[in-house]
Design a protein around this ligand. Structure first.
Ligand SMILES: [Zn+2]
Length: 418
């Protein structure tokens, strides 16, 4: 491929993704506005007009903000690539460190820090303006910056070590380096599955064993019916940061644990909590989690093989505004370019991921209906949609493209039909 052809391909995919994103967002906003005046018949009596309109306004505000972020990301992407940002960073790092791994790590570090700094004000805005306006923010600026500090140190320590070992493999492991890098990456992911619940999550939140005796008995009975062993039920102080409620499931093997946000426990009745948990356990029992990991591993193998090919193609660099260094290693640059442009080319595949995720949600709902009362899951879902101010009237196409969870009405209709 010629470098110009690749530039044209890159710009075309970027423009297509922008047009699609703006088109879907405008449909979504229009659809929400058209339905803003009345609560959908299916939910009348359960959700007030006020809550319905709050959800509409929140969803519209989030959609508009996401469009702004899309434009910002596109500008940053072009700035790094075609406008020469990465080229400049590479020369600066080379001038400081000379050739060798320090030059390469310097480039990766500079790229990561600049990207992080660009995002920072918008993350702050999201939390303290957007979320706060709808009453969801529970964070103080001090907590925001403490979190930022901790997560920066963590991702530098973990991320840079992973990148460093990858760079060594790229340089020394021969033509099949990408295969070794894949094994390394899969091992890292598995390690994180253990490290996150045991060490990393407790750095950000407090986890206490679930104390409520009757709720615990209820949940233990459910787990026995389903045939699920877990090393513990925990309550997390999610209310420190946000009013949104959730329940999740982490770790694997003997380290599996179930985590409830305190916000969820406050809001749902015990039989509703049981139904929500049955849905989560459904994901586990139906092997959704294993399948998701398998898909992730398989696709990363394909992507690393692709990177193995691209890294030695001059057009991959020049087409993205970078002159490969003569007599120095270009591996770090290849990694960065790949990470930057991959989302542009894979964007049109996102409906497939959403589709498979929604299929799993329906299956987990059916599973929960089998082991608990489906009516309990319905009422829990209504409360959760209301509390999270998720719109009840998303644009169907927008939802099909992006949403990992089916729209409330579709999900509830299916549950009621069981
Ligand atoms: Zn689910």
């Amino acid at each position: 491929m010629s470098s110009l052809a690749f530039t044209v391909l890159f710009i075309s995919f970027l423009l297509i993704s922008l047009v699609v994103r703006f088109w879907l967002a405008s449909r979504h906003i229009r659809h929400i506005l058209v339905n803003r005046a009345t609560v959908p018949a299916q939910f009348s009596g359960q959700i007030s007009l006020e809550a319905h309109q709050k959800a509409a306004d929140y969803s519209i505000a989030k959609t508009k903000f996401s469009l702004f972020i899309v434009l910002l990301n596109a500008a940053v992407l072009i700035g790094f690539t075609l406008m020469g940002g990465l080229q400049w960073l590479a020369s600066a790092s080379f001038d400081i460190f000379g050739d060798g791994w320090r030059y390469q790590l310097g480039l990766v570090l500079a790229f990561a820090l600049i990207s992080g700094l660009v995002e920072l004000p918008f993350d702050y805005f999201r939390q303290f303006v957007l979320e706060a306006r709808f009453g969801f923010n529970r964070m103080s600026p001090a907590l925001f910056f403490t979190d930022l500090f901790k997560s920066t140190v963590l991702s530098l320590a973990l991320g840079l070590s992973l990148v460093w070992v990858t760079l060594i493999l790229m340089e020394k492991a021969g033509a099949l380096w990408w295969l070794y890098a894949w094994v390394l990456w899969c091992g890292f992911q598995m390690l994180m599955l253990v490290l996150v619940p045991l060490f990393i999550a407790p750095m950000f939140n407090k986890f206490k064993p679930l104390e409520d005796e009757s709720l615990r008995t209820r949940i233990e009975n459910l787990m026995q019916r389903i045939g699920f062993a877990s090393s513990g039920l925990f309550v997390m102080d999610g209310s420190r940061r946000s009013a949104h409620g959730n329940a999740y499931f982490s770790g694997f093997g003997a380290a599996k644990r179930i985590v409830f946000f305190d916000t969820l426990l406050e809001r749902l009745a015990p039989h509703e909590i049981e139904a929500v948990l049955a849905h989560e356990l459904g994901h586990f029992k139906l092997k959704h989690i294993v399948k998701r990991i398998a898909v992730m591993f398989a696709s990363s193998l394909v992507l690393l093989a692709l990177l193995g090919y691209l890294k030695s193609q001059a057009w991959f660099y020049t087409g993205l505004g970078v002159e490969p260094m003569m007599g120095a290693s270009n591996d770090a640059m290849a990694l960065i370019l790949f990470a930057l442009v991959l989302p542009v080319f894979s964007f049109l595949l996102s409906p497939l991921t959403s589709l498979s995720s929604r299929k799993h949600e329906f299956e987990a709902d059916a599973f929960a209906a089998k082991y608990t009362n489906s009516q309990d899951l319905v009422s829990a879902l209504v409360k959760l949609y209301e509390d999270n101010a998720s719109t009840l009237t998303p644009d169907p196409l927008h939802s099909a493209f992006y949403d990992s969870h089916p729209p409330a009405s579709v999900r509830i209709n299916k549950l009621l039909a069981i």
